[in-house]
Each structure stands twice: as structure tokens, then as C-alpha cells.
Design a protein around this ligand. Sequence first.
Ligand code: HEC
Ligand code: HEC
Length: 200
Amino acid sequence: MSIASRPNARHAFALLACCVALLASACGKRATPEQESAGKAAFATIQGVFQHPRCANCHIPGDSPLVTDLKVPHPMGVVRGPEGHGALGLPCASCHGEKNSPASYGPHAPPGAPHWGLPPPDQKMAWIGLSPKAVCEMIKDEKRNGGRDLAALLKHVSEDKLVLWGWSPGGTRAPVPVPHEQLVAAFKTWVDAGGPCPDA
Ligand code: HEC
Ligand code: HEC
């Protein structure tokens, strides 16, 4: 009996020690006041990018994606559909490929990137037109952002193909003006500070 239970006890102790270490490191991660104000300042850059038409045209409360810098409803009655990839008879992929159309197709040919679509109807991730504070609260709310913690958000902003498309949108569309590296750097500053939101 004692022979069998000893390894278990050791195991339980190791687990406990591990929990204590984890808790301590989580507590140790409290942002300093300097980090917090740097994080809030960095959020201004993030918000400007997120609300640029190249991003905001898909991050909408309605069900029709928007196009151009004037944010007008998508032509041809295109809608979000049950999963964000369009109506059953008219999926986004029937026009939007994995890459932008060749320049020879003209400036209004459909742009493209992998997994082109809108966020799903039950999680619209719709931050177009919101105040900086509301954008901030929305993007870090795991109930509204597809269950992403701050690290997963940073990864998404650094690597996601639809995000990266904002810097090479094809046709005569204006790319997001803030360089991508600058967005990623601002995002890191904000994440390191624990994701502080602006006051208004
Ligand atoms: C073609 C439409 C489209 C464009 C353009 C687009 N997104 Fe998204 N975005 C999506 C979809 C779809 C999801 C959900 C994907 C998922 O959950 O896997 C998403 C999810 C996100 C998320 C994670 C969810 C959240 O609420 O935090 C972030 C962050 C994000 N997008 C940022 C951007 C940024 C920044 C840009 C512009 C540089 C951009 N997106 C451009 C369609 C788009
Ligand atoms: C019948 C073809 C077709 C379908 C289906 C389609 N699109 Fe498009 N889409 C286009 C064309 C063409 C353009 C270019 C419009 C222009 O530049 O004037 C475009 C442009 C866009 C843009 C423009 C981005 C910008 O910032 O100007 C977005 C976003 C977009 N589509 C999203 C979607 C989504 C999401 C779906 C599926 C729910 C979808 N589209 C389905 C043809 C289509």
C-alpha cells in the first residue's frame, strides 16, 4: 500500500508546486503604470488600423460586406450566410480566390486571400464605427472574439492571411497606411501591458 501510494503523493506535491509557481508568475505579470500608459497609447495605433476600411469592411454588424473606402454595400446582394462564407447558392469563393485577381482583370476585379469570408453570424466581431474603448473591450472579450486570449490575438494579427491582405489589397484599393510591423509592435506593447483599454 505505502509503496503504491508514495509515487502518487510525490506526483500530487509536484502538481501543487506547479500551481503555486503558475499563480506566482500570473501575479508577477501585473503591468507597471508606465506599461499601462504605453499600452493605452499603443491602442490608438491598433484602433486606427482595425477601423480602416481594409479591415472594417468585413467587421460589420450587418450581413452584407462593404466595399471601397466609401464603405458601400457589396454589389450583387452578397450576404454573410450561415457561416460567414456567403449564402449557400453564392459562396464568397465563387468570386474570391486565394489570391488577388491579376491586374489585367481591371481595378474592380474581386480581391482574394485564403479563407475569404465574414465572421460567423453568432460572433460578428463587428467593430466598425465603435468608440476606441468599445473596440478594445470587444476584441479582447473571448465570448465575442472566437475564444482568443491576448497571445492568440497577437498571433492572429501577426499572421492571419485576411489581416495580411490589408497591406496588399489588389486593384487600386489603398492599403492600410500604418506598416504591418508597426501594428505588430503596437499590439505587443498593448498585450504586454495586459490589454488596457482607453477611457473613452
Ligand atoms: C475578407 C474579410 C476580412 C478582412 C478584410 C479582415 N478580416 Fe479580420 N476576420 C475575418 C474573419 C472571417 C474572422 C474570423 C476568423 C476566425 O474566427 O477564425 C476575423 C477575425 C479577426 C480577428 C479575431 C477576432 C477578434 O474579434 O479579435 C481579428 C483581431 C481581426 N480579424 C483583425 C483584422 C484586421 C486588423 C484586419 C485588417 C488588417 C482584418 N481583420 C481584415 C474577416 C476579415
Ligand atoms: C458574385 C461575385 C462575388 C461574390 C459571391 C462575393 N464577392 Fe466580394 N467582391 C466581388 C467584387 C467584383 C469585388 C470588387 C468590388 C470593387 O472593387 O468595386 C468584391 C470586393 C469585396 C470586398 C472589398 C474590400 C474593400 O475593402 O474594398 C470585400 C470585403 C468582399 N468583397 C467581401 C466578400 C465576402 C465576405 C463575400 C462572401 C460573403 C463576397 N465578397 C462574395 C465579387 C464577389
